[in-house]
Write a protein that binds this ligand. Structure first.
Ligand SMILES: Nc1ncnc2c1ncn2[C@@H]1O[C@H](COP(=O)(O)OP(=O)(O)OP(=O)(O)O)[C@@H](O)[C@H]1O
Ligand SMILES: N[C@@H](CCO)C(=O)O
Length: 357
């Protein structure tokens, strides 16, 4: 019997200034995947070590660079992790996956979070595992180990999240190197090992309200910055005053973004950060200048501005004058020889969805 289903996962912007590794918002730019399982097509898929033929639409971000072998592609590697945890070694013969990805890779718009969420959902569907979103989040968190993008992509909307305290045994399981969680991209023999199962209920979250008048402007530089590199420049310890600076702003920002009318005098200063942006300026040319020089008084409609996720994209929250704000940021990047595109986005309220075809 032929089976088919689609999976749609939103992009996301994490941190929103002070909420480092805590806050994220799903955005209406979607990674879409169509999977079909047709055993009569086995001859077309058995050239792949795990019976899965992947293709990307030509206009996809990463079309020329993402690997198409199922044990190398982040989406299918993640699905294989889920399947193998549940004693299913590979995809059923005749599995084809067609992917449309408009989320730019390595730019701070949650491309890897969306890919991991899509992969876990793919594994769940293919293996008919029947997991809830909460359980699927556990699998996601074994791969992308901070919850902000993952939670926003899975659940949708504007989310706050944390990881619950783990027992020493659970910590051990979760801290296993990623290479022992995901199958190795080698085309080599399947070792038959069952990877570490995620502890249950690792991630906890709430969905905040969001004033729908607030739009999300993403100004996207034309270079990639890997999250790992962007985390690598952060200090191991912070002063109490810097931590308190962020906590105070975070406490105000989550409600300030729900109020009507939106108050730039509250939102703009509440989006300041001392935990990650100051350190990332070395990786994003012009970052300090951009974050300090556009203000609600010079650009009416602007509410706040921050680095999106690990960067290099800039997220500006605004109610009007979108083009002027975007152009100013583009001009400031241009002075640093960085070209950009921009997108006007809105919160994706629904999160990740699966539909039978
Ligand atoms: N649709 C996809 N298909 C396959 N691999 C992907 C896909 N999307 C992302 N990836 C992988 O994830 C990498 C980017 O992940 P990374 O965490 O560095 O950035 P990001 O998720 O775009 O940004 P951020 O986490 O700051 O929002 C890509 O280089 C690619 O290896
Ligand atoms: N909170 C993460 C988001 C990127 O994945 C960071 O800033 O590194």
């Amino acid at each position: 019997m032929v089976r088919g289903f689609s999976i749609k996962v939103p992009a996301s912007s994490a941190n929103i200034g002070p909420g480092y590794d805590v806050m994220g918002i799903g955005l209406n730019l979607y990674l879409e995947l169509e999977a079909t399982i047709d055993p009569s097509n086995a001859s077309e898929t058995n050239s792949d070590a795990n019976n899965c033929k992947i293709s990307y639409s030509k206009d996809s971000e990463g079309y020329d660079s993402v690997p198409l072998a199922s044990d190398a592609n982040l989406i299918t590697r993640t699905a294989l992790y889920v399947l193998r945890c549940n004693n299913i070694r590979s995809f059923p013969s005749g599995t084809k996956v067609f992917i449309k990805n408009p989320i730019p890779l390595g730019r701070g718009l949650g491309s890897s979070g969306a890919a991991v969420v899509a992969g876990v959902m793919l594994g769940n569907e293919v293996g008919k595992l029947g997991f809830s979103k909460q359980r699927m989040l556990d699998y996601c968190l074994m791969i992308e180990r901070h919850p902000d993008n993952i939670t926003a992509a899975m659940m949708g909307g504007f989310c706050g999240s944390f990881l619950r305290d783990l027992t020493p045994q659970e910590v051990e399981r979760r801290e296993i190197p990623l290479s022992e969680v995901l199958p190795e991209p080698s085309g080599g023999e399947d070792t038959g090992l069952v990877p570490p199962l995620p502890p249950s209920d690792i991630g906890r979250h709430v969905k905040y309200q969001w004033n729908p008048k607030i739009k999300c402007l993403a100004i996207i530089p034309n270079f990639e910055l890997s999250t790992a590199d962007s985390r690598g420049v952060l200090p191991k310890a912070y002063t109490t005053s810097d931590v308190v600076f962020n906590l105070q702003r975070l406490a105000v920002l989550t409600t300030a973004l729900t109020l009507d009318p939106p108050n730039p005098e509250l939102i703009y200063p509440a989006m300041q950060d001392r935990l990650h942006q100051p350190y990332r300026k070395t990786l994003v040319p012009g970052l300090s200048d951009i974050l300090s020089s556009l203000t609600p008084s010079t650009f009416p409609g602007l509410l706040g501005i921050c680095l999106s996720g690990a960067g290099p994209t800039i997220l500006a929250l605004a109610t009007e004058n979108f083009e002027e704000i975007a152009q100013e940021i583009i001009n400031r990047f241009a002075k640093n020889k960085v070209e950009c595109t921009w997108k006007l986005l809105e919160p994706a309220t629904e999160g990740a969805v699966v539909e039978n075809l």
